[in-house]
Design a binder for this molecule. Structure first.
Ligand code: AMP
Length: 213
């Protein structure tokens, strides 16, 4: 099964992608995680991407398209994949379509902007493996430490309030139009996440994907 998780930053795409990844035994592909790892490793692509990421700007399409080409060619993607945070522009979506990459469904996670801004403030991400946590709604077992790999959790530069607002504007202008792009192809399945727990959202998503499993 090939899925795209679509929604504004902070809507819970990463959390749900990780749960679905375990459920369906297929990898999550997060371009954000790939680029952060590349930046940490000090590669030329990573350092270039970091300049945009730290300001809450989108990384140029050609970089993302190259990163995706390389990642989707890995053998673990053969059974399917969950795309988290990609595509984020029509150009990226069109490039995937032109390459014949099949998409079964686009899970569109809807949530009010004010809830998102408040929520992003509590977000913490593992420095090692990128697993997302939240100080109140999804806390790690030990404060500041990743449940998965034991590395430190940090608040990302791009989760800080001013950057979040810039990211929301970019989402509305550049990424939200993907709903129409994939809607025209009959792929969009909308999940209203307002007031729902993580588990309730997972249940809703599994329900709307039932005919694909
Ligand atoms: P994320 O972890 O998905 O929230 O991504 C963090 C940052 O990485 C974004 O704010 C962008 O700067 C960059 N990024 C990740 N994925 C993409 C993408 N598909 N297109 C452009 N920029 C991206």
């Amino acid at each position: 099964m090939n899925l795209i998780m679509l929604g504004p930053p902070g809507a819970g795409k990463g959390t749900q992608a990780d749960i679905l990844s375990k459920h369906f035994s297929i990898p999550t592909i997060s371009t954000g995680n790939i680029l952060r790892a590349a930046a940490k490793a000090g590669s030329a692509v990573g350092l270039k991407a970091k300049e945009f990421m730290d300001q809450g700007q989108l990384v140029p399409d050609h970089i993302i398209i190259d990163v995706m080409d390389e990642r989707l060619a890995q053998p673990d993607c053969a059974k399917g994949f969950i795309l988290d945070g990609v595509p984020r522009t029509i150009v990226q979506a069109q490039a995937m379509e032109d390459q014949g990459i099949h998409i079964d469904a686009v899970v569109s996670m809807e949530l009010d902007t004010e809830i998102i801004v408040a929520r992003m403030d509590g977000r913490r991400v593992c420095l090692g493996c990128g697993t997302p946590f939240h100080v109140t709604s999804y806390p790690p077992k030990a404060e500041g430490i990743c449940d998965n790999c034991g590395e430190d959790l940090i608040e990302r530069e791009d989760d800080k309030p001013a950057t979040v607002r810039a990211r929301m504007t970019i989402y509305e202008n550049t990424t939200a139009p993907l709903k129409s792009f994939y809607g025209a192809r009959g792929k969009v399945r909308t999940v209203d996440t307002d007031g729902c727990t993580i588990q309730e959202i997972t249940t809703k998503i599994l329900h709307i994907l039932e005919d694909l499993a």
